[in-house]
Write a protein that binds this ligand. Structure first.
Ligand code: ZN
Length: 379
């Protein structure tokens, strides 16, 4: 069996001393990255696209440690990881246009984190205690299922990332373990229509309609923002509300992640093939809030692909078809309506007289297009 790499997140419970040490470690990691990037820019110029060698970056790291002696007080593998991350950012940027050149990490915009390597001779986890280099023993809480996994002798630890979300500290274990059991093929296939209307952002040819609602969270966030604007900036009351606000932001993000994980698992379990229109990436589904959060469609599709690979490698999985007339065609008789208003939810066929749900009809057309061999490979 192949090795299966996955991440497991747990919540950490720090002593006040550890809290101070962790914050230093976050700061030093960020400082190191920025310092190395600065040295690179000083050597090659502001807009250089040259990829620095690992050796070169390491030299920069050694110089930085001499210039800023306090870096030596923090955990050393996390600084090496920051160096490796920067190298990876340069390589990624050279490889694909989707990646931007590495930027400086600002205190406000970047999530505070550091990553340590694990020791080969000693397991980092025992029951609910994690032993980190330099920081010592930290207790954590997680589900029984994860606790078993982390304590299983079959689990190998690659590295551990620690991060702070403004409220709590978490550890992400990068582990190698046995792959999960595969799901049986069901011989069932569906088409999916993705919409930005209120009739469900995802409608399937099996009439499943998906809604994602964070209205209540958005209202709370708005409400707390209003309260904060009435407090004196950075006052005690303001800070109390700021913590509350962070809690709601975190809740909204967690809800979205949970929703995507559950829905993708359900679809992969139930179907062997899931067909979409190719133009899905041009559709924007707003889920509201003051920053006008957009539903992460490409992440949703990627999670489907990942889960097919993991649980049903033998299935056709995610497929795409060309997007033309999928809403205008009657799936029953094939008649193409010339005019169809975006607001019309019912599709009434002029030829065969069938009354269809507009989105379900489109989803069926998408599926049929794939059945007819019209699939687009490698999109
Ligand atoms: Zn018809």
């Amino acid at each position: 069996m192949g090795e299966y790499i996955r991440g497991v997140v747990v919540k950490l419970h720090l002593t006040p001393e550890q809290e101070v040490m962790f914050k230093k470690n976050y700061g030093c990691t960020r400082k190191t990255r920025n310092k190395l990037l600065n040295k690179y820019k000083a050597k090659y110029g502001e807009d250089s696209t040259k990829i620095p060698t690992k050796k070169e970056l390491n030299q920069f790291l050694n110089e930085s440690k001499k210039e800023l002696p306090y870096l030596n007080e923090t955990e050393s593998t996390s600084l090496q990881q920051a160096r490796d991350d920067l190298h990876k950012a340069f390589t990624n940027c050279a490889k694909s246009k989707r990646h931007n050149p590495p930027k400086f990490h600002s205190k406000k915009k970047t999530r505070l984190s550091f990553r340590q390597t694990t020791r080969k001779d000693k397991r980092p986890v025992e029951n609910n205690t994690l032993t980190l280099r330099k920081h010592g023993k930290v207790t954590f809480s997680t589900s029984v299922e994860y606790l078993d996994l982390l304590n299983s002798p079959q689990t190998k630890f690659n590295n551990i990332t620690v991060y702070y979300d403004g409220l709590n500290h978490y550890a992400v274990f990068n582990i190698e373990t046995n792959p999960p059991e595969q799901l049986p093929l069901t011989e069932k296939h569906i088409g999916c229509d993705i919409n930005s209307n209120k009739n469900g952002w995802l409608v399937t040819s099996e009439k499943q309609k998906e809604f994602f609602d964070v209205d209540h969270d958005n209202q709370m966030i708005q409400h707390i923002n209003r309260l904060m604007s009435k407090c004196r900036n950075k006052s005690r009351r303001w800070k109390k509300q700021e913590k509350r606000l962070q809690k709601w932001y975190n809740k909204r993000t967690n809800q979205l992640n949970d929703y995507i994980e559950k829905l993708t698992y359900q679809l992969v379990k139930e179907y062997d093939t899931i067909v979409f229109e190719k133009n899905y990436s041009t559709i924007k589904i707003l889920i509201g809030g003051e920053q006008n959060m957009i539903f992460p469609l490409s992440r949703f599709i990627q999670r489907l692909k990942d889960k097919f690979q993991l649980y049903k490698p033998g299935a056709d999985g995610v497929q795409f078809v060309k997007s033309y007339n999928t809403s205008r065609t009657c799936h029953h008789c094939g008649h193409i309506k010339q005019e169809l208003d975006v607001k019309t939810r019912k599709y009434i066929c002029q030829k065969c007289g069938k009354v269809l749900d507009r989105d379900v009809n489109a989803a069926i057309n998408i599926l049929n297009r794939w059945f007819n061999g019209d699939s687009l490979k490698n999109t």
